[in-house]
Design a protein around this ligand. Structure first.
Ligand SMILES: NC(=O)c1ccc[n+]([C@@H]2O[C@H](COP(=O)([O-])OP(=O)(O)OC[C@H]3O[C@@H](n4cnc5c(N)ncnc54)[C@H](OP(=O)(O)O)[C@@H]3O)[C@@H](O)[C@H]2O)c1
Length: 127
């Protein structure tokens, strides 16, 4: 079975997806048949991506719980599942309260497999 067919129904969230490593990950997952919810503070205005049947864009600071809630809502409503998270956005842990971090972890991670960039970022540092 081709990787496109194997991955056809899987959904991955990529934070920090508007440029750099995150944008490369978004393109790679799309090329391999994943459905992608891509987030950054300005991803819909970045001119890098256009929403499509396999790609949803969510603007927002991932340090804010409401952004994580919106990502989950979009993933479930548009694609029906969350299978993986690549938490790539580089965020200073000093800028977010511990309670917010824990709430975001609980919201995103119960049934989700995770992959992290090499950086210490918001969610990977707390989950
Ligand atoms: N490049 C390297 O050599 C290297 C080495 C080690 C580790 N890393 C880590 O790898 C990750 C990606 O690196 P990169 O070089 O690709 O970074 P980059 O080009 O600066 O891109 C960062 C991405 O994160 C988004 N972002 C920043 N703050 C955010 C926030 N609060 N909420 C949501 N999105 C946010 C940015 O978009 P918006 O501005 O639209 O929010 C952008 O899409 C970072 O965590 C970085 O620390 C990179």
């Amino acid at each position: 079975m081709s990787s496109e067919k194997t991955n056809a129904r899987k959904t991955v969230i990529v934070t920090g997806g508007s440029q750099g490593i995150g944008a490369g990950l978004v393109r790679t997952f799309l090329d391999r048949g994943y459905r992608v919810v891509a987030n950054s503070r300005n991803i819909s205005r970045s001119n890098g991506f256009t929403p499509s049947g396999g790609l949803a864009l969510v603007d927002g600071n991932i340090a804010e719980f409401a952004t994580a809630e919106k990502i989950v809502e979009v993933a479930k409503s548009q694609f029906g599942s969350i299978d993986a998270l690549v938490n790539n956005a580089g965020i200073s842990s000093r800028s977010v309260s511990p309670n917010t971090r824990l709430k975001i972890c609980g919201l995103l991670f119960p049934s989700t497999s995770m992959a992290f960039s090499s950086s210490a970022s918001l969610l990977s540092s707390r989950c």
